[in-house]
Structure formats: C-alpha cells, structure tokens
Design a binder for this molecule. Structure first.
Ligand SMILES: Nc1nc2c(ncn2[C@@H]2O[C@H](COP(=O)(O)OP(=O)(O)OP(=O)(O)O)[C@@H](O)[C@H]2O)c(=O)[nH]1
Ligand SMILES: [Mg+2]
Length: 244
C-alpha cells in the first residue's frame, strides 16, 4: 500500500494531538444511524452500569424527545413517539457504534409535567429522574427539549437546578426548542432570546423533526461529546545525568 492511501496513524491524527476533528455531519449522521435498542428500565437500579458516554434526552411530556431521537438516528420507530403525552414511561437506552463496537448510549427519558398523571406516579418519577441526573456516572451530556410555545416551565427550571452542579464540573448541556416548524421567524427569534436568558447563557437551538431544522448541527454536537479529543501525552521528563 502506498503511503498516500493509508489512513493517518493514531499518533498523527488531530484527535490524538488534542485538537477537535473538523466537523463532519455525514460521519455524525452515519454514526447515529447505527443506534440499536439496548434496554429499558423503570428505575435507576435496573439500568446497566456502562463505561461509555451517555447522552440523556429530557423535557416535558410531549416536548418531542422520542421524535428527536428517531430523527437523529434516521429510524422511524426506534423510540416510541405518540400524540398522547406520557408515552415514554421508562428510561430507554439505545447503543451507538460502528462495527458493533458500542462507543456511546442515548437515553430517552419519560417526560414530566403531564397533568393527568396521578400525584404518586409524578412524585416517584421526579425521584427517579433526580437520582438519574445526579448519580449516573457515565452521563456525559443532557439535551433538554422544550416546546417554544410554552418556554421553559417551572419543572424545566427545577431540572436545570438539579444538573447545575454537574454542568459546572463539565457535564455538557444543550436546550432544543422543538417543533420550530410551528413558529414564524419573529416568534422563533423571540423564543430563542427568552430561553437563552432563562438557560443562563447555555447553548439553545431551534429544532424541527418535520422540517429537519437543526438535525445535522445537533448530530455533530452528539458526536463531539462522545468523541472528545484525547489529551496530548505529556513528554517524558528529562532527568539530567550527572557524572559521579
Ligand atoms: N410539528 C411537529 N410535531 C412534532 C415534532 N416533534 C414531535 N412532534 C409531535 O409531538 C408529539 C409528541 O412527540 P414525542 O416525541 O412522543 O414526545 P415525547 O417528548 O417523547 O413525549 P413523552 O414520551 O410523553 O414524554 C407527537 O405527536 C409528535 O409527532 C416536530 O418537530 N414538529
Ligand atoms: Mg417519549
């Protein structure tokens, strides 16, 4: 094989050098398309312990979490989406990775804030979710989905408070304003600026599964979170040799 056709060695790749590889939405979309159902768990203790980065999709019932996962993974029925709020009732995990090598996991979480849910179930769920967000060791990023016609509600604000200490420690965080196809340009710009203020300067983007707005951009974020550049190796310390 000639050197011009061989892939760069790990040592010379930009990842190994500590730099972020240039954005390539095609690679990110291809990677997301490998998504497979991994497991479902009604409680935190039923979730398998995993080493790979996990990216959680959270938000109110009906915000569009399951639809967003299906759109990003280009699979129609991977996550259960429905007009009926409260469709997702357990934590569902989907594995990602080429050639069967799992290198990340997506978590579809049940939504909150659906009025028709009995009080006890609501309380139980808030506990499960709070525990998950505070203690899941491999949780690398949280995508908070929000219907811009409602804006960030009190429950979303509580969630932000719960994850704030982990964001300070490096947890990645993105707010998606879903169903943006339902807004005109002025409404979309207004929703963006309000939610940006509410989210305390965090990253906020418009997203539409219907019009495919923001899909590749979000895919790229997910890829970057799951494949951070490796820290460059420190050169070995040179100890001067002293003659005796
Ligand atoms: N117009 C429009 N409708 C959407 C979009 N995304 C989701 N929906 C609709 O919103 C409804 C709820 O979507 P889901 O993906 O099931 O919402 P969810 O957040 O997973 O809901 P829960 O599982 O109840 O928490 C469905 O009827 C979807 O078709 C979008 O981008 N545009
Ligand atoms: Mg759902």
């Amino acid at each position: 094989m000639t050197s011009s056709t061989s892939p760069p060695s790990p040592a010379s790749s930009p990842q190994a050098a500590g730099a972020l590889a240039p954005p390539n939405p095609k690679i990110a979309m291809g990677w997301l398309h490998t998504a497979k159902f991994l497991t479902t768990a009604p409680e935190l203790q039923h979730l398998p312990r995993l080493e790979v980065p996990e990216i959680a999709f959270v938000g109110r019932s009906n915000a569009g979490k399951s639809t967003c996962i299906n759109t990003l993974t280009q699979q129609h029925r991977l996550a259960f989406a429905s007009k009926t709020p409260g469709r997702t009732q357990s934590i569902n995990l989907f594995s990602l990775g080429k050639q069967g090598v799992v290198d990340a996991v997506l978590a579809d979480l049940p939504g909150y804030g659906y009025a028709a849910v009995p009080k006890e179930a609501k309380y139980r769920w808030q506990q499960v979710m709070g525990n998950y967000l505070q203690t899941r060791d491999n949780l690398k990023a949280v995508v908070l989905l929000c219907d811009p016609r409602l804006g960030l509600t009190e429950l979303d604000e509580i969630l932000l408070d719960v994850i704030r200490p982990r964001v300070v420690e490096g947890l990645k965080f993105l707010v998606l304003l879903t169903k943006s196809d339902k807004l005109n340009k002025t409404e979309a710009a207004k929703a963006l600026s309000i939610v940006r203020l509410q989210a305390g300067g965090g990253d906020v983007k418009l997203f539409s599964a219907l019009k495919r707005q923001g899909v590749e951009e979000v895919a790229q974020h997910l890829w970057d979170w799951a494949h951070p550049p490796e820290k460059p190796l420190k050169p070995p310390k040179v100890v001067p040799v002293t003659e005796s």
